[in-house]
Design a protein around this ligand. Structure first.
Ligand code: UDP
Length: 355
């Protein structure tokens, strides 16, 4: 039975991946033995409770939960010795661009030191399969407008413009070095803008404080407040930033495929890292997201233009040809309308339960 460790299972993308995996129930070589590691600093215990209940309802062994931080190396090592994972899916990280600009040390400690601890522990138990969450923020601000106006392939120059992106790039490089040094086999996913919520209603975007556009927009609209739009003087079609919004369930399905690739294929003795962008190749500006939300909500959404937010790139749109060709991945849930409908369903649930 394959033992899998999921770091950050109580978080937004980790929980959706775990739900998708449990829904599937087996990998190529048998049912799943799941281990969740999270320090619950930004994740939610009720997500873990829901995942454990879901696994049991599917007849899987009860997943084990380790409440530990990646920065606590001895606790992490103990968890990994206990879990004896054949593969690790490493979602746990701090993810706010704005916070990373204000507190870079915190981001380097959590995202880089924490992940280095993880790599060291994996090497110790000779676990050589890793799926790592990276980000479009590693591309920074492609300076050439001809480059910026078309989807970015993985070969785009890596030049983060904020500490969050720097920490993810540092770990991408550390993982590639681990592949060379001790035979780690890794799949790195560079997410563009994760959005939306699970069709089951059990999981969704829930950050405290929230910094992301879609939940803030829905929240502002439902309270009759104005959304702050950060910058209207970018060199884009309407002056606001353009992003590639990808439904979190499409991210989850990519991870299932990436994991199957690592588990199914012979693990290369010499180690290898493969990197994939995950996005739709469709860019949507902030004002276009507002217009789409007005359609879904059925009423106007007020907004006000504010100065640019530090660390923002003007345009980030993914060329995900590689993920489609190599993994056979296809985003199926990422229309802006579906993203907004599921996000709105989740947000209403949060509000109704007083959170
Ligand atoms: N944004 C905005 N108002 C907000 C939050 C975000 O105008 O209240 C903009 C932000 O400046 C960026 C885009 O929306 O251009 C997406 O930001 P988000 O934080 O959702 O994701 P990021 O691209 O930073 O990962």
């Amino acid at each position: 039975m394959p033992s899998l460790l999921i770091t950050g299972a109580a978080g937004y993308i980790g929980s959706h991946f775990a739900e998708a995996l449990i829904g599937q129930g087996v990998l190529s070589d048998g049912p799943l033995d799941l281990h969740f590691l999270d320090d619950l600093s930004t994740g939610h215990r009720e997500f873990l409770d829901r995942l454990v209940a879901l696994a049991e309802s599917k007849g899987l062994p009860r997943p084990k939960v380790y409440e530990a931080s990646l920065t606590d190396a001895p606790a992490l090592e103990r968890a990994i010795e206990q879990a004896e994972p054949e593969a690790v899916l490493h979602f746990a990280a701090l993810i706010s661009v704005a916070e990373s600009v204000q507190k870079p040390e915190l981001y380097f400690r959590n995202n880089v030191e924490g992940s280095q601890n993880l790599l060291r522990s994996l090497q110790k138990v000779n676990c050589r399969r890793l799926v790592f969450s990276s980000t479009a923020a590693v591309y920074g601000n492609p300076p050439d407008p001809a480059v910026a106006s078309r989807p970015l392939p993985e070969s785009t120059a890596l030049a983060p413009v904020n500490p969050y992106g720097e920490t993810k790039l540092a770990m991408e490089r550390a993982i590639e070095e681990a592949s060379r040094a001790w035979g780690l086999n890794a799949v790195i996913f560079r997410y563009f803008n994760a959005a939306g919520a699970s069709a089951s209603g059990g999981f969704g975007e829930w950050h405290e404080p929230e910094t992301h556009l879609i939940p803030l927009l829905l929240r502002a609209a439902s309270r009759g407040e104005k959304l702050k739009v950060f910058g209207s003087d970018y060199a884009t079609r309407d002056g606001t930033c353009i992003r590639d919004y990808i439904h979190v369930e499409d991210l989850a399905s990519a991870h299932v495929l990436g994991l199957e690739r690592l588990m199914g294929g012979a693990v290369s003795a010499s180690g290898a890292t493969e990197t994939f962008n995950l996005g739709t190749a469709q860019g949507t500006s902030v004002l276009e997201v507002i217009r789409a939300a007005e359609e879904v909500l059925g009423h106007p959404v007020g907004y006000e233009i504010y100065p640019r937010r530090a660390g923002d790139s003007a345009v980030l749109v993914a060329d995900s040809t590689r993920a489609r060709e190599v993994l056979g991945w296809e985003p199926k849930h990422s229309s802006m309308e579906h993203i907004l409908r599921t996000a709105w369903g989740w947000e209403r649930g949060l509000q109704a339960s007083g959170r």
